[in-house]
Design a protein around this ligand. Structure first.
Ligand code: ATR
Length: 280
């Protein structure tokens, strides 16, 4: 029996998940088709109910449905419940389980791709949306020493820090970077098609030489922030590894098999390069 998985969101036409998940299934010798399930909000209950069919492994969930799917599921894992967001649904014998692999995917990318252990380290997060929330939670779970959050709209940072509790805290002003081990851009500044594609989410003048600069934006692969950081000789990590590792963790939840991460990275990089070439 050919089985199915897919991504639920609106829109999903540009999602990279079908590209690298299909590559992972093929590499693992699994007869699975990964589909794009574009779903306007009124269709979400029916779409999620359809995941209970015996041939469906599960789904990824993306913008704008990560919160909306929660009441439609049978069980939601602890981290997903605390994040208030589900990005992975697993169908086990007709019961639907919700997980959040975004934050754990970020931490896995830090460890595997940047060789950076978050435990005991001081982080500055820029942004206070859903992406920042998932990452901050995973960093607290990984025992980061400090998770400071700055946002253009300070009230949102304050709400997020209050929800998270210590050692997370909100900063009203951008601090000097010298006291941090890792800076993470969780805003959409620098994103292709975003509000400020050429912009920097913060200046890097005060960075110490040991700072790791992470951008969760993956299109373009080298954002203005990453370019500025590299020009200063700082270590950098782009957003693609986080995307891949959240998908790899989802693959492992669906299949019980280790995800072929290298195969997934290569498939995603080829597709991004193809798109960047096509855009020129
Ligand atoms: P997500 O769920 O992907 O994190 P979001 O909730 O829309 O998306 O959050 C986007 C983040 O980018 C927010 O932190 C937003 O700041 P505000 O809360 O002040 O809106 C930030 N952001 C978006 N455009 C920005 C800009 N031009 N300058 C600075 N921050 C910006």
């Amino acid at each position: 029996m050919t089985r199915r998985a897919g991504i639920i969101g609106y829109p999903v036409g540009h999602s990279l998940s079908p590209v690298f998940q299909q590559a992972a299934f093929a590499h693992s010798g699994l007869d699975v088709v990964y589909e794009r399930w574009e779903t306007p909000l009124p269709d979400l209950p029916a779409r999620v109910a359809a995941l209970r069919a015996p041939d469906v492994l599960g789904a990824n969930v993306t913008v704008p449905h990560k919160e909306h799917v929660i009441p439609l599921l049978d069980e939601v894992g602890g981290l997903a419940a605390r994040a208030g967001a589900v990005n992975t649904i697993v169908n086990r014998d007709g019961r639907l389980f919700g997980f959040n692999t975004d934050g754990p995917g970020f931490v896995a990318a830090l460890r595997q791709e940047a060789f950076f252990e978050p435990g005991g380290r001081a982080f500055l997060l820029l942004g206070a949306g859903g992406a920042a929330r998932g990452i901050a939670l995973a960093l607290l779970e990984a025992r980061a020493a400090a998770v400071d959050i700055w946002n253009r709209t300070p009230e949102r940072a304050a709400v997020l820090a209050r929800d998270l509790g210590a050692p997370a805290r909100a900063l009203a002003d951008l601090p000097p970077l010298a006291g941090y081990d890792c800076l993470v851009n969780c805003t959409t500044v620098g994103m292709k098609g975003g509000p400020d594609p050429e912009g920097l989410p913060c200046p890097l003048d005060s960075a110490g030489s040991g700072l790791l600069v992470v951008d969760i934006v993956y299109a373009p692969r080298v954002t203005p922030l990453l370019r500025a950081a590299a020009a200063r000789g700082l270590r950098t990590l782009g957003g693609l590894p986080m995307l891949i590792y959240q998908g790899a963790l989802a693959f492992e939840l669906w299949t019980g098999l280790p995800a072929p991460v290298d195969v997934m990275v290569r498939a995603a990089e080829n597709e991004l390069a193809r798109r960047e070439g096509a855009a020129r």
